[in-house]
Structure formats: C-alpha cells, structure tokens
Design a protein around this ligand. Structure first.
Ligand code: SAH
Length: 274
C-alpha cells in the first residue's frame, strides 16, 4: 500500500497496533488461514461426517452444522453467523461439488479461481464488523467487494449491509455470479465487470471494503474510496516477513490507521480485465 495520503487529510499512522483498537475476536485457527485447502485436509473434513446420516448434503440443518463449527472455531459475531446460516453455499458451486459445499474448504469455480473457505469468509467479515462505525450502526453500510468470484461472499455481505458493489475482472465469473444472485433473488447487490484495483469510483465512498485477492500492497484507490469512519480488510504482504496477512485499515478524520490480522494465502490480485 502506498502510504501517500490523498489531499485534504492530516496524518496517517502506519502501522497502527492492533491493541487498543477494535477488540480482536479469538483466532479461528492457529497459523495461516488458507482460503484454499490442501486435499488431505479436505479428506479429513469429509471424514468428520459433516452431514449426519439421512440428511441431504445441501439441507438447512447441514448449513447450521457449518455455523456451529464456525462458532466453536472462534467466530463470535452473531450477525455474520446468521447470514452464513442463510446463504445456500451449495447453490454457488458445481453440482459435482455439492456434497462438499458445507465443509470448511475452498472449491474450484473455474478459471483457476476458488470460492473461499467458509471460515475465511466469516473471519474477514467479522473483522469488518469490528470497525467502529459498523459496530455502532450494527451493519456494514455500503460495501465494496473486490473479487466477486461466484458471488457467494457477495450474497453473505448482502445480508449485512445496505448495498454491495462487487467488482470482478474475469467476465465469465462476473456472469456466473450474476446468474447465481439473480436465481437466488439476492437483494442489494450490484455486480461490476472491471479491474477492482481501481475500486469503483461511481459509488464511493464505501463504509466497508473487502478484497478476496491479494497483492504486494493495497491499491491507493481503495484507501481513497474508504469513507471516514470506515474499515477495509484485505490480504496483502506484511512488512514483518510473515508473508501475506490480513491488513485492516480504519479511516478516521486523522487519516488511515493500519493494523494486521492473521497470515493468509489468497489468489493474486491482478490488474486488467479478461
Ligand atoms: N469472494 C469470492 C471468491 C473470489 S476468489 C467468492 O465468494 O466466490 C478471488 C477473485 O478475485 C477471483 O474471481 C479473481 O478473478 C478476482 N480478482 C483478482 N484480481 C482482481 C481485480 N483486480 N479486480 C477484480 N477482481 C479480481
């Protein structure tokens, strides 16, 4: 991220410590949070018998079991858990993968991209919720999502916000997500085909910004388009040698305050459209 301040601001303090700001919820798991999952771990999950005998693999009780597991893994934010209990993740994946839809695993959505693990989706949205303004309002306000993918996370965000603007650089995925969200009649979501590295100026400023792809640094446009009082959560390279981490940026009247969350491994943020 460029530490260059947009005009009209006073100070930017980087990095701000995590302590003394939003209370950090318990870590969902030690070590690196991977939106993608190793195959042997997927097999372990399958062995945990997510679906009890007699239940359809795509049924609401199976989804509730996923929510229970998120809760026991440390996700504390009830609105996030409720939203994830509502969104039918199996509707966003290929029919051949429906049986795995509620395991804590990433799944292929085509074009070498993946739908993120439920625990990573929950954790990132929880970080957004812990921002000052979102905590006070009780919702995420107007959200900018970078990396629509299949539209699953956008659908979860739609339950928690007044409007979701979601940008995807791959046309085929943009269209796939549009089909999913239309079929499920997800409200308050506007999908944009374009290069999310530029954010989406027409609807700025955003109360919350979330990215599902990570680069070396945060594009300056995202910082510019974050409202004062808003919070951004995105993967980016840490400056302490930990590799890619979740970066949390709070914008106050004083400027931008950056803190760091868990180590993560996201797909690369790429420029241009395809
Ligand atoms: N949240 C998604 C997961 C998306 S995976 C879901 O629920 O399915 C990350 C996505 O980011 C990919 O679809 C990839 O194409 C997209 N992406 C990467 N760089 C981008 C950019 N500059 N602008 C918009 N999307 C981008």
């Amino acid at each position: 991220m460029s530490d260059k301040k947009p005009a009209g601001t006073r100070t930017a303090r980087f990095p701000a410590s995590l302590e003394g700001r939003a209370p950090a919820p318990a870590m969902t798991a030690p070590g690196v949070l991977r939106p993608q999952r190793l195959l042997h771990e997927v097999a372990q999950d399958a062995a945990r018998q997510v679906a009890p005998r007699g239940l359809g693999l795509d049924s609401a009780p199976v989804r509730q079991r996923m929510v229970q597991r998120l809760r026991s893994d440390g996700v504390r934010c009830e609105p996030v858990l409720t939203a994830m209990g509502h969104v039918p993740r199996h509707e966003f994946v290929d029919t051949a993968l429906v049986a795995q839809a509620y395991e804590d695993t990433s799944l292929p959505i085509g074009l070498s991209q993946t739908i993120s693990k439920p625990s990573v989706v929950a954790r990132m949205i929880e970080w957004l919720y812990l921002g000052e303004a979102a905590r006070q309002r009780g919702h995420l306000g107007r959200v900018l999502e970078i990396g629509t993918g299949c539209g699953y996370q956008a659908a979860v965000l739609a339950h928690l916000s007044t409007q979701v603007i979601s940008v995807e650089r791959l046309k085929a995925l943009h269209e796939l997500a549009a089909r999913h969200l239309h079929r499920l009649q997800v409200p308050r979501c506007r999908l944009v085909y374009g290069d999310g590295m530029r954010g989406h100026p027409p609807n700025a400023p955003y109360d919350t910004i979330i990215a599902a792809a990570g680069g070396e640094d945060l594009p300056g446009s995202w910082l510019d388009q974050l409202a004062v009082g808003g919070r951004l959560v995105a993967p980016a390279r840490s400056n302490d040698g930990r590799g890619q981490v979740l970066v949390i940026v709070d914008r106050t009247p004083d400027g931008w305050h950056r803190s760091f969350g868990e180590a993560v491994q996201f797909v690369p943020l790429k420029s241009g459209t395809h």
